[in-house]
Design a protein around this ligand. Structure first.
Ligand code: CP
Length: 315
């Protein structure tokens, strides 16, 4: 649905709204560019001039630690001017519509908007609305998509596993409400991963997910057997219409990633989590902090990936 809006006629990226239908070649171009940016963080002067003089507006209508901050760092490393709009104190509270607000920020000569919103189509509506020359990046849309998270997950997997062919990957937890799971599945399929498993209780991992081309498991021990990559997800209580899980303790007992469960995976398996983590709910502390965990590396890689996306957008 959004492909026509985010891709220019020549196949370049105008906005980044979703990873659905993004080609493997374009994804690889983003990952390769991110690879080139990775070393910028190790320099004494962490700056490139690629977005010098451009104004990037961070519009986070939902809370964020990692995404908002790494977008700000990424924009600043590209020499952009960054405005973090405080939505709680903005005139949205006085009844201003989303698109009226955008018109006013466009009048302030914004060049790029980074948008996180509970509505799945908010970034898409903004992208359809803004004049040519202004670029939109979806920084998390409802339970629908989180494309830069999917890209940084793919970057992390490539960094540690080198090659996507033949990989077995499992995503465990609240898949139903997870934009991270959807974006990770889209990007991994674009990159040619054949064996993607999703695992958790039936209420959070329903059989209908097989329509995404993944294998559904309600037994986590069976799902984790022999995999190369384990992603765990938190319970997204803020998106559940009712309490779907008896208790956090029950969830941990049946589906939590413990050392014992991780031992069923390939001995060199990596453990990923988009954050924020809930210790003792979806993941044990000794796994989150253990030698197979690459959770904090994901955060660092997110800066380079977001630099890559911001610097690629064009008309
Ligand atoms: N992974 C992620 O989106 O984290 P934040 O909600 O802190 O941005």
């Amino acid at each position: 649905m959004t492909e026509d809006v985010q891709i220019n006629e020549g196949g370049t990226l105008r906005h980044l709204l979703t990873l659905e239908n993004l080609s493997g070649d374009l994804v690889t171009e983003i990952l390769d560019r991110a690879q080139n940016f990775l070393s910028v963080g190790d320099r004494r002067t962490k700056k490139l001039p690629l977005l010098r003089g451009r104004s990037v507006f961070n519009l986070f209508f939902e809370n964020s630690t990692r995404t908002r901050t790494t977008f700000e760092i990424a924009a600043k490393r590209l020499s952009a001017d960054v405005v973090n709009l405080n939505i709680a104190t903005s005139s949205q509270s006085k009844g201003e519509s989303l698109l009226d607000m955008i018109d006013n920020l466009v009048a302030m000569q914004a060049d790029m908007f980074v948008v996180r919103h509970a509505d799945s189509d908010a970034a898409y509506r903004i992208a359809k609305h803004v004049p040519k020359g202004i670029h939109i990046i979806n920084a998390g849309a409802g339970s629908h998509s989180h494309p830069t998270q999917g890209l940084l997950d793919a970057f992390t997997i490539r960094h540690f596993k080198k090659d996507f062919s033949g990989l077995k990957i499992v995503i465990i937890g609240d898949i139903l409400h997870s934009r991270v799971a959807r974006s990770q599945i889209h990007v991994l399929k674009a990159l040619g991963v054949n064996e993607i498993r999703v695992a958790g209780p039936k209420v959070l991992v329903p059989e209908v997910l097989t329509e995404m081309g993944v294998t559904v498991y309600n037994d986590v021990d069976a799902a984790i057997e022999g995999v190369d990559v384990v992603t765990t997800l938190r319970l997204q209580n803020e998106r559940m219409k009712a309490s779907l899980i008896p208790s956090a303790q029950d969830f941990y007992k049946d589906y939590g990633l413990t050392k014992e469960r991780l031992a069923l995976a390939h001995p060199q398996a990596i453990v990923m989590h988009p954050g924020p983590i809930n210790r003792g709910v979806e993941i044990a502390s000794d796994v989150a902090d253990g030698p197979q965990s690459v959770i904090l590396r994901q955060v660092t890689f997110g800066i380079a990936v977001r630099m890559a996306v911001m610097s690629l957008l064009q008309d």
